[in-house]
Design a protein around this ligand. Structure first.
Ligand SMILES: Cc1ncc(COP(=O)(O)O)c(C=O)c1O
Length: 289
């Protein structure tokens, strides 16, 4: 399989790609990114990801250097060229390179994306539950921007892994906002609960699709702050992200969640999610995309 990258309009081997030391992404983390899942050789929910990219760009006063339609076409073309069937696209847009200065003038943005293979997803009941630990949410108040400035998330995730856990849950004044690399949901008395998106929560694409699926399945859902005590008392807890779809949680700070089994609502939602993935892949094949 060829590892290729699309870098500012040129497709070249990933190993040969170079970006300036004075790229503002490298020096200031001055940029935004997206991770898009590839199923069956096709990008999943690409429109939603590019819409969020555009909103993130708006949040840092940066214009997308090309329209979303030609960008989507280039992404699809790269996936075909690489032959990746199950994997992800990593896309990054920075404010480009210019002599180091906090003040930005008008540098030319650096836009790149490449595809990478991921292992196929398992059925919900076949995977082990995740262990989460809590960390203080000390991030800024523009978490709705998918910024490449990820140091707080990286430190949180590494704290979790060092403690033998899988993911870190951010807690702000007793409220669980989201996780280092995912959104968090709980099920309490058959109601799905998750923190609203906004200053402290990234509008996850998986999260949004899941809320739509919950509505279709008549699972009542409420977007409101969820306390750490509610997580501990929940009937089911799971996280969502592009690369992990839904992943159920078995422990929070070493305390078991419910009866440490993947719950029925989590299973139903995940099954519906995977059906949506198959439907989209089949629909795209039918349209020859
Ligand atoms: C902080 C954070 N929240 C939530 C998510 C989930 O977002 P999505 O479903 O769009 O992958 C991610 C994914 O990277 C994330 O980094």
């Amino acid at each position: 399989m060829k590892e290729l990258i699309w870098l500012n309009g040129k497709t070249i081997p990933l190993s040969e790609a170079m970006v300036s030391v004075e790229d503002r992404g490298f020096q200031f983390a001055d940029g935004v990114y997206e991770v898009v899942r590839i199923y069956n050789g096709r990008p999943f929910t690409l429109t939603e990801h590019l819409d969020r990219l555009e909103r993130s760009c708006g949040g840092i006063a940066l214009d997308l250097p090309m329209g979303k339609t030609p960008l989507a076409a280039e992404i699809t073309k790269l996936i075909d060229q690489t032959g990746v069937k199950n994997g992800m696209i990593y896309l990054q847009l920075t404010r480009g390179h210019a002599p180091r200065n906090h003040v930005y003038s008008n540098p030319k943005p650096t836009l790149l994306f490449y595809a990478r293979t991921l292992p196929p997803m398992s059925r919900p009941a076949d995977v082990k539950g995740l262990k989460l630990i809590s960390v203080p949410d000390e991030r800024w108040s523009r978490c709705w921007i998918k910024s490449i400035a990820l140091l707080p998330n990286i430190l949180a995730k590494n704290t979790a892994v060092a403690a033998g856990a899988d993911e870190a849950g951010f807690v702000h004044e007793g409220i669980v906002t989201e996780c280092a690399t995912s959104n968090l949901f709980i099920v309490s008395r058959n109601i799905l609960l998750t923190h609203p998106v906004g200053p402290k929560v990234l509008p996850g694409i998986t999260r949004a699709l899941l809320l739509n699926l919950a509505a279709e399945l008549s699972v009542p859902a409420i977007e409101r702050p969820v306390s750490e005590a509610e997580v501990l008392a929940a009937d089911e807890v799971f996280i969502t992200s592009t690369t992990r779809e839904l992943a159920w949680v078995t422990q929070w700070n070493s305390r078991p969640i419910a009866n440490s089994k993947c719950g029925p609502i989590t299973t139903r939602l995940h099954t519906a999610y995977q059906s949506r993935v198959s439907e989209q892949a089949q629909g795209q094949m039918a349209k020859g995309k």
